[in-house]
Design a protein around this ligand. Structure first.
Ligand code: PLP
Length: 390
């Protein structure tokens, strides 16, 4: 019998998140693996959704997203980036099922078979499969620890006549790097010179530490016209299960994204879109964002202390909600082996960052721990991790 799967999906396998989560459940591990909050979502966010379900906003939303939400997203863009070009909610914003769908739509909308797409490695695990599904080819450019800078010459060398797009992620999963403006300018100059698009995944844009500033690459000169910016409600409002994501892009790119979106999901959950339309202005007015950052800074410091006590020194971060540790000092050379052992024998789930590389053997041995967790969860990992010493 022929293989049931298409050639397109050959090699996709099961994501490491599924594997580690299954092991975490089986071994009753403290789960610091998959990146989702285990604490309650904010009340004003939950109440907004409940209100719209009660008010019967329960039928298909407009395919591009409910107009009230697109208007709120455009207002938020103006509030956050007052010096940047304003966004037209009618023709430049599209809402879909989380950043995951919008990444897929953006890649399918712009990449032709044989086109090359540059990604920085480590890279979020959806990018390469999205490029493969479009028939494109990934060109990986490494980010080097401990500050995860790229070599500008290596980036320049990755561009060529077949380069169609670069996928950027800032703040970056898994490293926590927030790309500084100077590095974004280098990327932007190369994209302009080679007429390449940028697909910019900015789902952690509100989770920032120690004064790090998030700069959307679309706000750099002459970059809006060649950038698809992707956002998500999940991380910012601790509702990863709601799956509300969006793109901001100039009209021709938005038309291309919508052409795909209409046949992938057509639309996503209407009451959650309506809720986000209420939540965005409320969060800007009620001090939500500084509190979010303060809460995450506290959780980061707590996890850092727990890791240090176990002999794992975390690398510095500027944003997102992960800490990375070099596991070589504990005598491990494979982060995948370390994480499997950690979950099965020590009862703590973490993610090996080598899975964020095209060639896992080229990755530094580094494990990722998520701190979007209750204090009790982080503290429950402490005695288990302490056993690593012995
Ligand atoms: C970098 C990055 N992009 C996209 C996503 C997916 O976002 P969503 O849940 O909105 O689909 C995640 C989720 O972990 C992420 O870390």
């Amino acid at each position: 019998m022929r293989s049931v799967g298409s050639d397109r999906i050959a090699g996709f396998g099961t994501s490491i998140f599924t594997e580690i989560t299954a092991l975490a459940v089986k071994h009753e591990a403290v789960n610091l693996g998959q990146g989702f909050p285990d604490f309650a979502a904010p009340d004003f966010v939950k109440q907004a959704a409940a209100r719209h379900i009660r008010d019967d906003r329960n039928q298909y939303a407009a395919s591009a997203g409910v107009p009230r939400l697109r208007a709120a997203l455009a207002d938020d863009w103006r509030r956050l980036y007052p010096d940047a070009r304003a966004v037209d909610p009618a023709g430049e914003i599209t809402v879909g099922s989380g950043a995951t769908e919008m990444l897929h739509d953006a890649v399918m909308a712009t990449v032709n078979p044989g086109d090359e797409v540059i990604v920085f490695e480590p890279a979020y695990d959806a990018y390469a499969p999205d490029v493969a599904m479009a028939g494109g080819v990934v060109r990986a450019v490494p980010l080097a620890p401990p500050d995860w800078r790229f070599d500008p010459d290596r980036l320049a060398a990755a561009f060529g006549p077949r380069t169609r797009a670069l996928i950027l992620n800032t703040p970056h999963n898994p490293t926590g790097k927030v790309f500084p403006r100077a590095e974004l300018e280098v990327i932007a100059a190369l994209c302009r010179r080679h007429d390449a698009l940028v697909i910019s995944d900015e789902v952690y844009s509100e989770i920032l530490f120690d004064g790090a500033a998030h700069v959307p690459i679309a706000t750099l000169p002459e970059m809006f016209e060649r950038t698809i910016t992707i956002g998500s409600m999940g991380k910012t409002f601790s509702v990863t299960g709601w799956k509300v994501g969006w793109t901001i892009a100039p009209a021709p790119l938005t038309a291309a994204v919508r052409a795909v979106h209409q046949f992938v999901t057509f639309t996503n959950a209407a009451p959650f879109q309506e809720a986000l339309a209420d939540v965005l202005p409320a969060a800007a007015a009620n001090g939500y964002y500084p509190q979010l950052r303060a809460d995450y800074a506290r959780r980061r410091d707590l996890l850092a202390r727990v890791l240090r006590d176990a002999g794992l020194e975390p690398l510095p971060i500027g944003g997102a909600y992960f800490l990375l540790t070099d596991i070589a000092p504990l005598g491990y050379t494979s982060d995948a082996d370390f994480c499997r052992k950690l979950v099965t024998e020590f009862g703590v789930a973490a993610i090996p960052t080598s899975v964020f590389y095209q060639r896992p053997e080229s990755a530094p041995p580094v494990a990722r721990f998520c701190f979007a967790k209750r204090d009790e969860t982080i503290l429950a990992a402490a005695p288990r991790l302490a056993k690593l010493h012995r």
